[in-house]
Ligand binder design. Structure first.
Ligand code: GLY
Length: 299
């Protein structure tokens, strides 16, 4: 059996490389993907995820994360959690619960505390400075406050045919306190079904959640579409629908992998992603829209 992992954005490469060694050594998909996402969460240079994530309008780092086990269809998710180090691990833990699997705000923090997860001030000096600069720019140049929603999302399959997906993000820079994007919403930000495949999304959560896009990609793979066809069809048909009904579509990018380790990408903006399988070295590609197709090349 093959193994594979695909992830949004170049920032995931180090984690994908680490996870690919774990998968090659026979570790399972859930643990390998969790480690890969934690590496992104722990790196303060990545300002849209975890430690050093960009803050909300009140200069607080509120984090969202989701985890799905494609065997049992178990889901665990968090919205707007503050001051905990690894939201993906908390979401994974929540997926083992029968009830109360999606927690927000102080409820999520209480659960994380009681479950023994490490707390940490997630606001770095650099992120605070970026917030101050943006406040000034908004005053001086009437600049839109909203930016920077580069969620890390991954789909991972192991040698034993277990398939999982997960996401982690600080969401939109300068978001309203309490705003939650697509990333923790199962079916929107991520979906996994071990008998079919998995998908994850990044981009403007407010638009992605209008179409349940990750679920839709998995559904099309179940109908027999190759992951590449499924991702392209979902991104472009939904972008067109948004343009028609609302006048514009936000950034939407999706990566997916089926149960055979075949993968695909669809995007309506320039977008990088990282992938590794038992047959492919960990690599980063840059993808772009070309009509109703997504073309990509090695970074
Ligand atoms: N896609 C991440 C967000 O909008 O929060």
């Amino acid at each position: 059996m093959r193994w594979g992992i695909i992830a949004t954005w170049e920032m995931a490469l180090e984690g994908v490389r680490h996870a690919s060694k774990m998968l090659e050594n026979g570790l399972n998909a859930a643990d390998s993907m969790e480690e890969a996402i934690k590496m992104v969460e722990n790196n303060p240079l990545y300002t849209s995820v975890g430690y050093g994530g960009l803050p909300n309008e009140k200069c607080e780092v509120e984090l969202d994360a989701g985890f799905m086990d494609g065997n049992t269809l178990s889901v665990g998710a968090l919205g707007g959690i503050k001051d905990f180090k690894n939201p993906i691990s908390i979401a994974k833990n929540l997926s083992e619960e029968r009830f109360n699997i999606f927690l927000v705000g102080t409820g999520a923090e209480e659960y994380a505390h009681k479950s023994g997860f490490e707390s940490k001030n997630m606001l770095t000096e650099e992120s605070r400075k970026a917030w101050e600069k943006r406040i000034q720019e908004m005053k001086d140049k009437s600049l839109s406050p909203y930016d920077g929603h580069d969620t890390v999302g991954m789909v991972c399959i192991d040698k034993y045919e277990n398939l999982v997906s997960g996401t982690s993000t600080s969401g939109l820079f300068m978001k309203k306190k309490g705003r939650v994007g697509d990333s923790p919403l199962p079916g929107s930000g991520y979906y996994a079904d071990s008998q079919v495949g998995g998908a994850v999304a990044t981009g403007l959560g407010e638009d992605i959640m209008k179409g349940c896009l990750s679920y839709e990609v998995v559904r099309l793979m179940e109908e027999g579409l190759h992951p590449q066809q499924a991702a392209e069809k979902v991104v472009y048909e939904f972008s067109k629908k948004l343009e028609k009904r609302r006048g514009k579509a936000g950034a939407i990018s999706i990566v997916c992998m089926n149960k055979n380790g075949e993968w695909g990408v669809g995007t309506n903006v320039e977008f990088s992603f990282a992938v590794a399988t038992d047959e492919e070295e960990p690599r980063v590609y840059v993808a772009n829209k070309d009509g109703d197709k997504t073309i990509y090349h090695l970074a």
